[in-house]
Design a protein around this ligand. Structure first.
Ligand code: GAL
Length: 756
């Protein structure tokens, strides 16, 4: 007895700091059962490397205040295992720290180990080195892949065990995932696929981590692994066995962006509708993918062409601010679901028809608790329905929640939460007080221009083309393909005004073409389509001409059957308009150089900064390609989150104090495409349904976490590929400039968003 009291006391005190989980996690057809208790769980995906440790406690807290019980994250293999057996758990990759922050917040954790994850993450999370281990084919039945996959999974599970982070050990982790949406792609892998699924499930279960394993979008997930649903709607999903609960691992509350494309939006009303429908139809674990999308720092974005921002129009925005009204509306929804939890978990639902597209699901076992969901699935017309002799107004495409079977506490289409106006307020770059330019008004820019072509010693030469990715092995975005041609004095074009045309074909992803050190033009693929053509008149002179083509990757493929074999780089180069017609250079002698000189010398890192001779100026030249800029600045004033405004720049990479901000590319979407003024939330959502930003840059601002700034002497380094105006770069502070209340018809005003 004494011991038990002591234990209770211990639980009470630790729960002030930690929650006292010590839970056994089992399941049946209705729900997860944690320590003997059934649970309805609202989960939120926050990917730890998509923000910084200084943001983690705030993000987790904002999720908790939003009515979330569980934090979910993938584990990012290629961020952790940099080369075979060489692990990284520093900084943004400090997984243990992240899970402990979740634990300290008194929340549960779902760990989706994968270790293939898709996730718009470079190479779907699988390390590029594994592609070059002989005999490896990703995600199917072959020894090298299975060896490294098992190895990494075991490493992560053991790390979590050592730190006592699984629920039966008192930790927060209640579920673990193996693989990711393999079901979609099994057909690409033939015979080996089935064996691989069975192997992956067994391998996972044999880890003995004491919590159930899940596989998402895997109808044939073997027992006891639970198959789960990923979609915009999962109310109609049923697991593959009557003993498994209905779990929704990915409800996408917005969508990701690709460079050069428009901006997708999913209205809060439709997100709420999908969640309410899921719980109406017996769902018990629901996860927002993403709840905070964050940032693809450095070269971590997948693709090709996924933007550096992974904002996702999630309930918490990229910068860590609650997105209103979405965050607030979902918070109210979560309250309504929790009010109904007891009834939902106690009985089986009875479905009643209330009209042609109207239905109720009633959870009533005759005891004191009763909850009901009334849905109007008509996407055009509002309806009045009668339920238990009472009339209810149901807006089209909405669900009302009645936690006592009488009173409506929430309707998914009635947004009672505040909406916010968010602005990016520009603030000029200020010379740092500790910089040599102290006292000067103008900033001092240090400039270094790369050679347009081979720098140092060439890596190799070859007749014809190599594959870009097989050559760089993703150590850099850049690969130079260079050759030279001799132009005879008697070429007609030298006498006339006309110019020969350079024609290039590439498997992807982007290209800048230089002739005799001059940029002639650029081209790139778009969307998920990486191949492209380049066609442009070029300036040639009599005699020898240097042709230097800078081929670029913009994030490696992150999903699809046999995706790791998709290549990039040049496949054809021709010059048209010469006396002899067309000159085909495709089988010429090409000389190659991997990466840039500045990258090779790490001139963006504090200890590499002095390895080249920078040229100082207060007026850097505009539109200069292949240029590195370094400037020492003060942090922007205040404490609002910061974005770097790159609208006046071309394309490249940026760093602050050696930390990788990422790829910038303010490429615009076409102004001729279709955009919406307002989005009708009614009817099934799909990513192209509500697009805005026609003719605007897909991404103008690039998140620079506050914790990367020092009080002074901050070194901002930019590598610009094609030319821009660095003097127009500013920091912008993200500010909530106004809150407006949408007065919901039926419900009182809801809580304010947390103030940070
Ligand atoms: C899913 C995948 C996620 C993510 C999502 C789209 O199919 O499992 O990892 O890529 O799509 O954001």
């Amino acid at each position: 007895m004494k011991i038990f009291l002591l234990f209770l006391l211990f639980c009470f005190f630790t729960s002030l700091f930690n929650s006292c989980f010590a839970g056994n996690v089992t399941y049946d057809r209705r729900s997860l059962i944690i320590d003997g208790q059934r649970k309805l769980l609202i989960s939120a995906a926050i990917h730890y490397p998509r923000s910084v440790p200084a943001m983690w406690p705030g993000l987790v807290q904002t999720a908790k205040e939003g009515g979330v019980d569980v934090i979910e994250s993938y584990v990012f293999w290629n961020g952790h295992e940099l080369s075979p057996g060489k692990y990284n758990f520093e900084g943004r990759y400090d997984l243990v720290k992240f899970v402990k922050i979740v634990q300290q917040a008194g929340m549960y954790m779902i760990l989706r180990i994968g270790p293939f994850v898709a996730a718009e993450w470079n190479f779907g999370g699988v390390p590029a080195w594994l592609h070059y281990v002989p005999g490896t084919v990703f995600r199917t039945d072959n020894e090298p892949f299975k060896y490294y996959m098992r190895n990494f999974t075991t490493f992560i599970v053991n790390l979590m065990k050592q730190e006592k982070l699984f629920a039966p050990q008192g930790g927060p982790i209640i579920l673990a995932q193996v693989e990711n949406e393999y079901g979609y792609y099994e057909k690409f892998y033939g015979e080996g696929a089935k064996r691989y699924v069975t192997w992956a499930a067994r391998m996972a279960v044999s880890q003995n981590n004491g919590v159930p394993w899940i596989m998402c979008q895997q109808d044939d997930a073997p027992e006891p692994v639970i198959n789960t649903c990923n979609s915009f709607y999962c109310d109609q999903f049923t697991p593959n066995s009557p003993n498994k609960p209905k779990i929704w691992t990915e409800n996408w509350p917005g969508w990701f962006k690709t460079f050069g494309a428009r901006d997708p939006h999913r209205p809060a009303e439709d997100v709420a509708f999908s969640v309410a429908r899921f719980f109406q139809k017996g769902g018990s674990v629901h996860n927002y993918y993403m709840y905070h999308g964050g940032t693809n720092f450095g070269r971590t974005s997948g693709g090709p062409f996924i933007t550096t921002s992974y904002d996702y129009e999630a309930p918490i925005d990229e910068y860590g601010l609650p997105r209103l009204p979405k965050w607030g509306h979902l918070k109210e929804l979560h309250k309504a679901i929790k009010l109904s939890e007891h009834a939902l978990l106690k009985s089986e639902p009875t479905t009643l028809s209330l009209g042609p597209s109207q239905e109720a699901d009633v959870y009533d076992d005759g005891s004191e608790v009763c909850a009901a969901f009334l849905a109007n699935l008509d996407d055009k017309t509002d309806k009045n329905v009668v339920f238990r002799n009472v009339s209810y107004h149901l807006p089209s495409w909405s669900v009302s929640i009645l936690p006592d079977c009488k009173n409506v506490v929430f309707n998914t289409a009635k947004v009672g939460s505040q909406a916010s106006l968010v602005e990016m307020m520009p603030e000029e770059l200020m010379p740092s007080v500790t910089s040599p330019s102290k006292g000067l008004k103008a900033l001092k820019w240090d400039v270094f221009v790369e050679n347009a072509g081979i720098w140092g010693v060439a890596d190799f030469a070859k007749n014809g083309f190599v594959d870009h990715i097989n050559t760089t092995k993703d150590t850099t975005d850049y690969l130079w393909y260079t050759t030279s041609i001799i132009v005879g004095e008697n070429e007609e074009f030298l006498k006339k005004a006309g110019r020969p045309v350079l024609l290039i074909e590439s498997k992807g992803h982007a290209l800048h073409a230089f002739v005799n050190q001059e940029l002639q033009g650029s081209a790139s693929g778009s969307g998920s389509h990486s191949p492209f053509k380049f066609e442009s008149p070029i300036s040639l002179k009599a005699g020898k001409n240097e042709i230097a083509l800078l081929s670029m990757t913009v994030g490696l493929q992150n999903a699809g059957g046999l995706y790791e074999w998709v290549g990039a780089g040049l496949t054809s180069v021709k010059i048209e308009g010469l006396n002899n017609g067309t000159m085909d250079l495709s089988m010429s002698r090409w000389t190659y150089k991997i990466g840039l000189q500045g990258e090779n010398l790490s001139i963006y890192k504090p200890d590499g900064l002095n390895s080249i001779n920078w040229v100082s100026t207060s007026e850097p030249q505009k539109n200069q390609p292949l240029t590195w800029y370094k400037v020492v600045v003060d942090p922007p004033s205040g404490d609002e989150p910061v974005g770097l405004d790159m609208i006046h720049m071309g394309k490249g990479l940026a760093w602050l104090n050696g930390e990788e901000i990422g790829r910038y590319w303010p490429i615009k979407s076409s102004e001729h495409e279709k955009c919406v003024e307002e989005c009708d939330y009614r009817g099934k959502f799909f990513p192209d349904k509500c697009l805005t930003g026609c003719g605007e840059p897909t991404q103008r601002w690039y998140h620079v976490p506050r914790s990367w700034f020092k009080p002074s002497g901050n070194i901002l380094v930019i590598f610009e590929e094609k030319g821009g105006d660095p003097t127009k770069i500013t920091f912008s502070k993200r500010k909530i400039s106004g809150l407006c209340s949408l007065i919901a018809e039926d419900f009182p005003m809801v809580d304010q968003a947390p103030v940070r």
